[in-house]
Design a protein around this ligand. Structure first.
Ligand code: ATP
Length: 343
């Protein structure tokens, strides 16, 4: 079994963030409902979940933009539950970037230094350093309106990093970008985080994004964390039906269909092989082929087994399969994951 709370390497003992029994209610809405978690210094930590699952509220609680209804928030060993945002060693990058349109890029980046009264020449020098870091050297004189979406995103990042906060909160920062740029920025963000060693807390509803960048991911559902694990552990060992379905795709089967004890089991589509005809044996099910989707690198098959519809993904197209014909699905013993009820 995978170790569930794997601590990334090179961590000091003091946690960057600790949430203890944190809840945040808006009237009758339990936006965050009894969350416990610990984030390590230097970690790239993601909060993943569908819309309305409470991840943004959780991020805002850490940033000090919301007050917890109950529970405790500790940042770098200090109880921050009632501290205002400016008194926390934390910065935030918002999805809409929140840049000042009338200021040029350099002044946008240097804004926090201006507020602190840092002299102009020093501000400029540090802003230029930051612009270089995010690959925008030479664009300091432009206004935000004269930049592309991806460039504006980098300005927002540079502005949030200029104070070298110990903790950077990112709320769907790539949400406004198209897919290709988004993927490029994911790689850059991860590289930047490694280079700076700052703790990143990243909110997203995109499971691919969370899996590819994060050291660990908390999966939110209805204001609670359903599972907190490394990307690999989440994918390989989902604990609940919700996590199995939300992180990647999964076939969820009843134990009695598999001849196993009561309860639900997850089986990843790529863990199944498909052959023509009805065959019996261990770790297999017979069904009828409903559909074939050629996806380039992979082929997806939809198969009716009793009242269930199962998905199979193979890296090569199987020969001789006909829609409407009997097929047998097989998997290695050990591919099934027993699921628990949601917490
Ligand atoms: P999204 O991805 O859509 O931003 P989310 O997972 O980040 O969703 P939250 O924004 O944290 O979810 O919202 C959790 C719940 O709390 C939702 O039902 C939302 O409507 C509610 N909520 C959030 N902020 C407020 C507020 N200021 N007043 C009332 N309800 C709120």
């Amino acid at each position: 079994m995978v170790q569930m709370l794997q601590e990334p390497q090179n961590q000091s003992t003091q946690a960057a963030v600790v949430l203890r029994g944190v809840s945040c209610y808006f009237g009758a809405v339990k936006a965050v409902d009894g969350v416990d978690l610990e984030i390590f210094p230097g970690e790239f930590f993601s909060m993943l979940g569908p819309s309305g699952s409470g991840k943004t509220t959780c991020l805002r609680l850490i940033g000090g933009f919301e007050q917890p209804t109950s529970g405790q928030i500790v940042l770098f060993g200090q109880d921050a539950s009632r501290l205002p945002p400016y008194a926390r060693d934390v910065n935030t990058v918002f999805q809409d970037y929140a840049l000042f349109p009338h200021m040029n890029v350099r002044d946008n980046v240097a804004y926090a230094l201006m507020v602190r009264g840092v002299p102009r020449s020093e501000r400029h020098r540090r802003a230029e350093e930051m612009l270089e870091l995010v690959k925008l050297a030479g664009l300091g004189d432009r206004r935000p309106g004269q930049l592309s979406g991806g460039q504006r995103q980098r300005v927002a990042l540079a502005r949030a990093l200029i104070n070298r906060p110990k903790l950077l909160l990112l709320d769907e920062p790539l949400g406004a970008l198209d897919l290709k740029l988004r993927e490029e920025m994911q790689i850059e963000l991860k590289a930047l985080q490694r280079q700076l060693g700052i703790t990143f807390i990243y909110v997203t509803h995109d499971q691919g994004e969370a899996l590819s960048m994060s050291d660990r991911v908390a999966v939110f559902n209805h204001g609670k964390i359903e599972q907190l694990d490394t990307p690999k552990a989440l994918y390989e060992y989902p604990k609940t039906e919700f996590v199995a379905r939300f992180v990647g795709s999964a076939n969820v089967l009843e134990g009695r269909l598999l001849g196993l004890r009561e309860g639900k089991y997850a089986l990843r589509p790529e863990r199944i092989s498909i052959v023509v005809g009805s065959h019996s044996g261990a770790n297999c099910l017979c069904g009828t082929l409903l559909d074939i989707h050629y996806l380039g690198a992979q082929t997806r098959y939809e198969v009716q087994v009793g009242s269930e519809r199962l998905t199979v993904l193979t890296s090569s197209e199987e020969q001789g399969l006909q829609i409407g014909s009997p097929v047998t699905l097989r998997w290695e013993s050990g591919s099934l994951r027993a699921l628990q009820e949601a917490p």
